[in-house]
Design a protein around this ligand. Structure first.
Ligand SMILES: Cc1ncc(COP(=O)(O)O)c(C=O)c1O
Length: 397
């Protein structure tokens, strides 16, 4: 059968592909250390699971409002008021099947064919594909490692052409773990306002921020940004709830109405039980988040300490999320047990096949010469994995 042109242009997820090969090796009996996937390894906290059970017992097993239950929208709005001093109406919130679905809805609501979305690279793999799905054109803008892979106002200015419509920002970032400061966001905001851009700010890692760093929500840096920003967030990463599929967008009212209409035709409501679980996550005790962050901090420190010891490898300091993005350029174009390895894909595949460590090649994130390591794994596993990576690097001739 003929596949539509839009889907023919769609790239399958590279992170999923690495994870699939890692699973095959595991199934064949190897001890594989998998640092390829972007999900916390913790169990969903008990009180959240209990709330889901209670929701089922209470009969919340039917359709809900297509854009989400009012209590959850109110809890989301309260969160932004208390944490960031941002005032939204619950009608501006649309709860979707994960942040990825929320992004898809937003881009579909905003873009006409040919509209450009500026995406600083390295970028999360799904951004460019979601833009293409919504008939938009991804305008990938490379950033510099020396700047912590953060888009500068000059780079943004140069990227703006006649079709530029949206700037997609991710802070803290997947895949680099770096995060914009208030001052850096303020400088970008000036260009955004000058050129009338819409900003889609993916803040899904806002709670996974390491001691000494301050998270800044984009619209807080200038009052005029509120009406030109769409916020993306969700419970997947903060509460180890990737499987529950709850994320949301907060948009200006007319955009929220369009998204709600789209969702009502496309999927109807996200899972009713998951919505009650997400409500318990937002409203319940937050010690679980602190505990996960404490453990992520230990892991981050271990990873950074190791990577900094590897000769010729550099890595910007991680401010948030749970990824390290390190530079292996000095290890490309070299032979490993006789095999010439020329790019990050070959490097990651060889690391997986020979040392059974799964990572993801930088090229999947629009940055050749780098590797992403997800440290959502236990300390012992990380220690062993880092030692195996070091042995692989040392084998380069
Ligand atoms: C930057 C970023 N945004 C959004 C998502 C999607 O989150 P969800 O699982 O809620 O769809 C991810 C997941 O990897 C992510 O890294």
């Amino acid at each position: 059968m003929k596949i539509s042109q839009v889907l023919q242009r769609l790239e399958p997820s590279a992170t999923m592909a690495m994870a699939a090969r890692a699973k095959e090796l595991k199934a064949a009996g190897h001890r594989v250390l998998d640092f390829s996937l972007g999900e916390p390894d913790f169990a969903t906290p008990e009180h959240i699971c209990q709330a889901a059970i209670q929701a089922m017992k209470d009969g919340h097993t039917h359709y809900t409002q297509a854009s989400g239950i009012p209590q959850l929208k109110q809890a989301i709005v309260r969160h932004y008021r208390q944490r960031h001093g941002l005032d939204y109406d619950p009608q501006q919130v649309v709860v979707s099947n994960g942040a990825k679905h929320a992004l898809h809805n937003v881009l579909t609501a905003l873009l006409d064919p040919g509209d450009e979305v500026i995406i600083p690279a390295p970028y999360w793999v799904s951004y460019s594909e979601l833009v293409k799905l919504a008939s938009g054109v991804p305008r990938i803008v490379p950033t510099q490692e020396a700047q912590g892979f953060k888009l500068t106002p000059e780079e943004l200015r140069r990227a703006i052409g006649p079709c530029a419509r949206v700037l997609l920002l991710c802070s803290p970032s997947n895949p680099t773990g770096t995060m914009y400061t208030r001052e850096e966001l303020g400088q970008l905001a000036e260009v955004v306002l000058e050129h009338d851009l819409v900003v889609v700010a993916d803040e899904i890692y806002e709670h996974l921020v390491y001691p000494g760093w301050e998270f800044v929500s984009f619209p807080t840096v200038h009052p005029e940004l509120v009406e030109r920003t769409v916020l993306i967030n969700g419970v997947s990463k903060t509460y180890a709830m990737t499987g529950w599929r709850i994320g949301w967008s907060i948009s200006p009212p007319e955009v929220a109405r369009a998204i709600a209409a789209l969702q009502s035709q496309e999927t109807s409501n996200p899972c009713s039980i998951s919505q009650y679980a997400a409500l318990a996550a937002l409203e319940g005790p937050q010690e679980c988040v602190q505990e996960m962050l404490r453990q992520f901090t230990q892991r981050r420190n271990l990873v950074l300490e190791h990577i900094r010891r590897w000769p010729g490898v550099s890595c910007p300091e991680m401010a948030g999320a749970f990824y390290a993005f390190f530079n292996i350029r000095q290890y490309l174009g070299r032979r490993y047990e006789g095999q010439l390895i020329e790019n990050s894909q070959q490097w990651c595949l060889a690391l997986l096949e020979r040392h059974h460590v799964a990572t993801v090649m930088g090229s999947a994130f629009g940055a050749e010469g780098y590797v992403r390591l997800s440290y959502a794994a236990g300390l012992e596993e990380l220690q062993e994995g880092l030692e195996r990576i070091e042995a692989f690097l040392q084998s380069a001739e």
